[in-house]
Design a protein around this ligand. Structure first.
Ligand code: B3K
Ligand code: ZN
Length: 873
């Protein structure tokens, strides 16, 4: 497979102005007729051939302006249809046949649970018809779907329904029209036995929009939260960004087999059922929040993505980074803002930092790729969102909003680039963002080494920041970036933020300083008392910050920093220092001793008066094993696990009564609601229970069993079951697990959780369990949710996946090899943990590489090939 380069971009020689499609659905032999109005671009050469993409299609007929084409008039390969000689403007008619029932890649038109559905982004439309499958070709669409009236009573496509009726042989049809020109990746079709829940939204200009959520009948009681989330998102986008919905109908469909979370097809979003269905008895708080975020994300794409789209796939972060930033802000406004930031950043620093440090590291705007599907990454999405957030931090909200208004107004209906977006921000604010653009082209996580000195005699604080970005594949030399560092100086006597004065100018108590050079010293004057600096507040830039904080400094910031995020981060740093010592002790076979300062900090938290329970729960949560691993030069999985367990158990022993008290104070019998207050209480209670169960405290076990048996809501049930299954009390865990599995055997989303709970336990029998569960009737390798819940979750089980006999790696490789044939997109994602081999000891490195080499010997999809090739380079 050959890479495509950004620098080779050429505008399309031909535009499709209008597209008419007719689908005659059949599981093994669907016929698709296309009628395309095509025009040559005025600046294109009149001899330019028409090149259409098409894969896995059987061509039945082809005609231009009603005249069938002779075989000599076109060339057909596995990937393209080329017509050498075409007029300036013409109608191209084609008919193809395809087989949705054997489409296990879940790209293009496929069947899920007997229902027909589509996934076209990025390049799935070419599996539906011959077409210029690129986002800078935008057409209006008219689509007729013909299906069986019994098995497919519901026939949906983008836009507005304009016609429907009965046909011969028990068939019927529906015709849809989408007046907004769109790229074909936003095309969608759904047909099946679906049921709807309907609601309405009145837009800011007073138009009434019908909202429909389409699900299988048994899921009708799981739609309320998604519908409520949609309405909140629509209102938020009007208030916050001035964006109004633009059709009379907005539909969401839930399907079981889906590669990602959801897809923003114009007017017809298609969702993985896991990203839309919730019920208090089946979904956890985290799932409720995830659904809210994804519903909002896809809705927000209607402007950031659909009305203004990407010129080419290298610009993917233009729509994804901006839309993730928008959904993050929406969730922050709807729930607890500091907790949302803490959770996003914890995930980011664990998973995106790891990606940026590995062999598949790439810039937010890559300059080449083999398979675009491999670039739906944490870098494009989450780091892309951090970069948009930095623009907001640099410009302030008001200018940022004016830039966003200008962007939507100027580029409405167009396919544009990242320069167009950043250009609007520069234009409205007058800011020079030329250096800032390096964030889009330079891969890797920048590191800032900071140190500060307080000069008593002159009442000055000197802060020196040095930045460097490590080399990444293909990019050895990095240039300095424009980094906004939000900060404060917290007075050690007063415990208050001191006023920041620089070069005679008062900046306030919290300010953004701009690091643009390799090294800069910032001098703050009139600093009346010795301060502890609070740097990178609210994680103002996606960097690693090193500052030689003492444990006393951190304990001080933990209680005094005015920035909620940095208070939490001080706790994490304090725990990390203790963990580092314990990891070293474990490796050296020295007795482990718990740092009493950590115990005292936790005691203060547990007994103090902190009112935000959601933040408190986060502060009481230790850094994850994956995050700790990210901080180590060479990952020692066993030492990390042992050290973290030791800290958890030491805290539980020392603060046992406090944890019991917190648990009891936060028990509640209120009817479940996914409100921020209730969620905060449940998380705090469950964090306390986690500590108690780590020492298998007798009272803790009783509380845990009771919580499981009460079946009050899935958050509490799942948490209790997880703690039981992850403890050594198999006598209690096994019957609980069995009862849970039987009770929920009919519910695939609950069975996903049942799989995950079992394969994430630390005990050594996990590998056998995975093999056993792969034979379970509820498991299917063709369903991506099941693969993630069982195999993906096992690969995150650090002690068991990284077994020294290599059997964990071999199991993953076997599944990757099988999925490579069935679903290359999922296979290429699943292989990720093996690509991180450089981070481990030599023995594991060898074992992991061996498996990558074994995979590479297979006939590989371009997806898996690209990832494995990079990993072994
Ligand atoms: N835009 C979709 C991506 C789907 C692509 C899968 N190959 C999901 C989202 O970001 O909203
Ligand atoms: Zn998106």
């Amino acid at each position: 497979p050959q890479p495509v380069y950004l620098s080779d971009y050429q505008p399309p020689a031909y535009q499709v102005t209008h597209t008419e499609l007719t689908f005659d659905l059949d599981p093994a032999a669907t016929r698709v007729k296309a009628r395309l109005q095509i025009e040559r671009h005025p600046s294109a050469d009149s001899t330019a051939p028409l090149v259409l993409n098409g894969e896995h299609l059987t061509l039945i007929s082809l005609a231009i302006d009603g005249n069938p084409l002779s075989d000599a008039a076109y060339q057909l390969t596995d990937e393209v249809l080329r017509i050498a000689d075409v007029p300036e403007a013409f109608t191209l008619e084609s008919e193809v046949e395809l087989a949705p029932c054997s489409n296990t890649a879940l790209e293009g038109l496929y069947q899920s649970n007997g229902m027909y559905c589509t996934q076209c982004e990025a390049e799935g439309f070419r599996r539906i018809t011959y077409y210029p499958d690129r986002p800078d070709v935008m057409a209006t669409f008219k689509v007729t779907v013909i299906g069986n009236a019994i098995s497919e009573p519901v026939l949906l496509a983008n836009g507005n329904p304009i016609d429907q009726g009965a046909l011969e042989n028990g068939r019927h049809f529906a015709t849809w029209e989408d007046p907004h020109p769109k790229p074909c990746y936003l095309f969608a079709l759904v047909a099946g036995n679906l049921h709807k829940v309907e609601d309405f939204f009145e837009t800011m200009s007073g138009r009434n929009v019908t909202l429909q959520l389409w699900v299988e009948q048994e899921n009708l009681d799981k739609t309320e939260h998604a519908m409520a989330s949609l309405k909140r998102a629509m209102a938020w986008d009007e208030q916050t960004y001035g964006r109004e919905y633009d059709l009379d109908l907005f539909m969401i469909v839930a399907v079981n087999d889906f590669n990602m979370g959801a897809m923003e097809n114009k007017g017809l979003n298609i969702f993985n059922s896991a990203a839309v269905l919730t019920h208090p008895n089946t979904a956890t708080d985290a799932a409720f929040q995830n659904v809210e975020g994804i519903v909002a994300h896809e809705y927000f794409h209607n402007w950031s993505g659909n009305r203004v789209t990407c010129r080419d796939w290298f610009q993917l972060s233009l729509k994804e980074g901006f839309t993730v930033f928008r959904d993050q802000c929406f969730s922050a406004d709807t729930n607890s803002a500091p907790v949302k930031r803490i959770q996003d950043v914890s995930f980011f620093r664990t998973a995106q930092f790891a990606e940026d440090a590995g062999p598949t590291a790439h810039p937010i705007r890559p300059d080449h790729f083999i398979e675009i599907t491999n670039f739906y990454t944490l870098t494009i999405y989450e780091k892309g969102a951090e970069v948009v957030r930095m623009l907001r931090n640099l410009l302030g909200w008001e200018d940022f909003r004016r830039g966003s208004d200008l962007y939507f107004e100027r580029f409405d209906g167009q396919a544009v680039t990242i320069e167009d977006f950043v250009g609007c921000m520069a234009e409205v604010s007058g800011a020079d963002l030329s250096q800032f653009m390096r964030w889009y082209s330079q891969a890797g996580t920048p590191e800032i080494d900071a140190h500060g000195e307080y000069d008593y005699a002159h009442a000055e604080y000197h802060l020196t920041l040095r930045q460097r970005t490590p080399a990444t594949p293909g990019q050895s030399d990095k240039l300095p970036l424009h980094i906004p560092v939000r900060m404060g100086l917290v007075g050690t006597k007063s415990g208050q933020d001191l006023t920041l004065t620089m070069s005679g100018e008062k900046l306030g108590k919290d300010a953004v300083i701009h690091l643009t050079e390799d090294e800069q010293t910032f001098v703050f004057t009139d600093v009346a008392e010795a301060p502890v600096p609070s740097l990178l507040r609210d994680f103002s830039a996606p960097v690693k910050l090193h500052f030689p904080y003492s444990r006393e400094d951190l304990a001080f910031l933990l209680t005094h920093d005015s920035d909620g995020f940095n208070r939490w981060d001080a706790g994490q740093r304090l725990a990390m220092l203790a963990l580092d010592d314990l990891i070293a002790a474990h490796r050296n076979g020295v007795e482990k001793v718990m740092d009493s300062r950590v115990v005292e900090a936790f005691r203060t938290l547990l007994t103090g008066s902190m009112s935000d329970k959601a933040v408190l729960a986060e502060m009481l949560t230790l850094p994850s094993e994956a995050y700790i691993a990210e901080q180590q030069p060479i990952v020692d999985v066993d030492a990390i696990h042992a050290a973290r367990e030791f800290v958890r158990q030491s805290l539980a022993v020392a603060l046992r009564d406090e944890f019991v008290a917190v648990y009891k104070a936060n028990q509640s019998n209120e009817t479940y609601a996914p409100t921020p207050e209730q969620i905060a209480q449940r998380s705090l209670k469950n964090v306390a229970l986690t500590y108690l169960m780590s020492i298998e405290d007798e009272e803790g076990i009783v509380l845990c069993e009771t919580q499981f048996a009460a079946e009050h809501n899935m958050t509490d049930v799942r948490h209790a079951l997880t703690l039981l299954v992850h403890s050594d009390r198999d006598d209690i865990a096994s019957p609980a697990l069995k009862a849970f599995g039987e009770k929920w055997a009919h519910d695939p989303l609950v069975m996903d959780q049942w799989f995950t709970i079992q394969v994430s336990r630390p005990q050594a029998d996990v590998l056998d369990r995975v093999q056993y569960l792969m034979q379970h009737p509820a498991f299917s390798i063709k369903n991506p949710n099941k693969v993630r819940a069982l195999i993906g979750a096992f690969a995150q089980n650090r002690v068991n996946f990284h077994r020294l006999d290599g059997k964990g790696y071999a199991l993953l490789a076997d599944v990757v090899i099988e999925l490579n044939r069935l679903n290359p997109e999922i296979a290429a994602r699943l292989v990720t943990p093996l690509t991180r081999w450089q981070r481990f000891d030599e023995e594991r490195q060898q074992l992991m590489r061996d498996e990558l080499v074994r995979i590479k010997q297979e006939p590989l999809s371009s997806n898996v090939f690209e990832v494995v090739e990079k990993a072994l380079a």
